[in-house]
Design a protein around this ligand. Structure first.
Ligand code: HEC
Ligand code: HEC
Ligand code: HEC
Ligand code: HEC
Ligand code: HEC
Length: 242
């Protein structure tokens, strides 16, 4: 029979298989590496331009987080306050303090719109999407609830310098999304530090968890719809990678 393809093409299927295997191994390794707790910034606590203390303002003075992080309930970002917010008090309190000099300098620029250059601590890569407001209120009616700041950021009210306490890895997100019950609290307690559920609330947590559907939830990956199991897990990658 006439040879239609040159002899070397006999190798092609083998090469494709090898290439595909290599790609698979690389992908599995990449996911393993990026999702492992070693590749995270837990403990990251950079020096800030002003020795601002959450332990003093949110702890001792009991200021609500939302006084400064004003967009946390409505927006994707919580927001870091402009100099104006500090000046509400520091126009009088500790006026002239050396520690507050960068605040006064940024205020004295003539229009008051500049901010101190705070160093960002918690930061996901650009290909991952996070939204604070989605966590500050979900579920409907009497099943409305939230995740508290302390669940993801720790006891900020005791920190002189903010440090990252959770890995912010994909497996960390998915772990909660698959079984959020124990992390669910009343919306009124979003910013409460040291909150814990009473017995009545423990029952309610389970009910609420069953009524919501966060992206990547493995517990809801298989659901019985119209007489068949449907797989939803892979469809929801786009919930966090849009
Ligand atoms: C008086 C204003 C003020 C209050 C009140 C306040 N914060 Fe902050 N917060 C700041 C400023 C300024 C920064 C940036 C400097 C820093 O990291 O310390 C910041 C940074 C943070 C960060 C890190 C941001 C990043 O870059 O990743 C988190 C998380 C945070 N605050 C959470 C909270 C929580 C939770 C509360 C309530 C318990 C709270 N804050 C109360 C002013 C405030
Ligand atoms: C479900 C977990 C979760 C909860 C709950 C949460 N955060 Fe965050 N926070 C994050 C993640 C993740 C980032 C990084 C987001 C990014 O890089 O896109 C972040 C970033 C921040 C930042 C810095 C960037 C920004 O958004 O301005 C501040 C400030 C902050 N959080 C404050 C708060 C406060 C205050 C609360 C409670 C009212 C809160 N967070 C609740 C997970 C959470
Ligand atoms: C609601 C009022 C209030 C707001 C708003 C406020 N502070 Fe303060 N701050 C205080 C008080 C009260 C003290 C403690 C004063 C004392 O020790 O007598 C203080 C102390 C400080 C100190 C220590 C000063 C020193 O010399 O010991 C720094 C630094 C500081 N604040 C930074 C900030 C920054 C930055 C902001 C804005 C993100 C801010 N504060 C917003 C009330 C406030
Ligand atoms: C402690 C629990 C917890 C953690 C940690 C957590 N989430 Fe969530 N997330 C939830 C809950 C609960 C919902 C609400 C689900 C609903 O409304 O059905 C949610 C919803 C979402 C949504 C849906 C928003 C929308 O508008 O559809 C996105 C996106 C999301 N989370 C991303 C993330 C990412 C990215 C991380 C990790 C960086 C993360 N979450 C960490 C509990 C958590
Ligand atoms: C709940 C939110 C969430 C869902 C759902 C989710 N991811 Fe992710 N993913 C993340 C976050 C956050 C990161 C970044 C982790 C980090 O910085 O360590 C990430 C990272 C990754 C990475 C690593 C990228 C790299 O550079 O190595 C891959 C690959 C990935 N996701 C694929 C997927 C696939 C496929 C799905 C669907 C099966 C999925 N993700 C669903 C939140 C999510």
């Amino acid at each position: 029979m006439a040879q239609i393809f040159p002899r070397w093409t006999n190798q092609t299927p083998k090469l494709i298989t090898l290439g595909a295997l290599g790609g698979l191994v690389a992908t599995v390794f990449a996911v393993y590496w990026w999702a492992s707790p070693y590749h995270t910034d837990v403990g990251y606590a950079p020096r800030q331009p002003v020795a601002y203390s959450h332990a003093l303002h949110a702890g001792e003075l009991k200021m609500d987080c939302r006084y400064c992080h004003v967009t946390v309930e409505q927006g994707a970002m919580a927001g870091v306050p402009p100099t104006q917010t500090c000046m509400n008090c520091h126009a009088q309190v500790k006026k002239g303090s050396e520690k507050l000099k960068p605040i006064y300098d940024s205020w004295n620029d003539g229009n008051g719109t500049t901010s101190v250059e705070w160093v960002r601590i918690h930061k996901l890569p650009d290909y991952a999407y996070f939204n604070h407001s989605a966590h500050m209120g979900f579920g409907v009616g009497d099943k409305r609830a939230a995740i508290g700041c302390e669940t993801c950021h720790g006891r900020i009210d005791t920190m002189e310098v903010v440090r990252q306490v959770q890995p912010l890895s994909m497996s960390w997100c998915i772990e909660c999304h698959s079984d959020p019950a124990l992390n669910i609290r009343p919306v009124a307690n979003i910013t409460t530090m040291g909150w814990s559920a009473d017995l009545g609330w423990r029952e309610k947590q389970k009910e609420i968890a069953a009524s919501i559907n966060p992206p990547g939830s493995l517990s809801q990956a298989q659901r019985y719809v119209d007489g068949h199991y449907k797989t939803y897990a892979t469809a929801s990658c786009s919930g966090c990678h849009r």
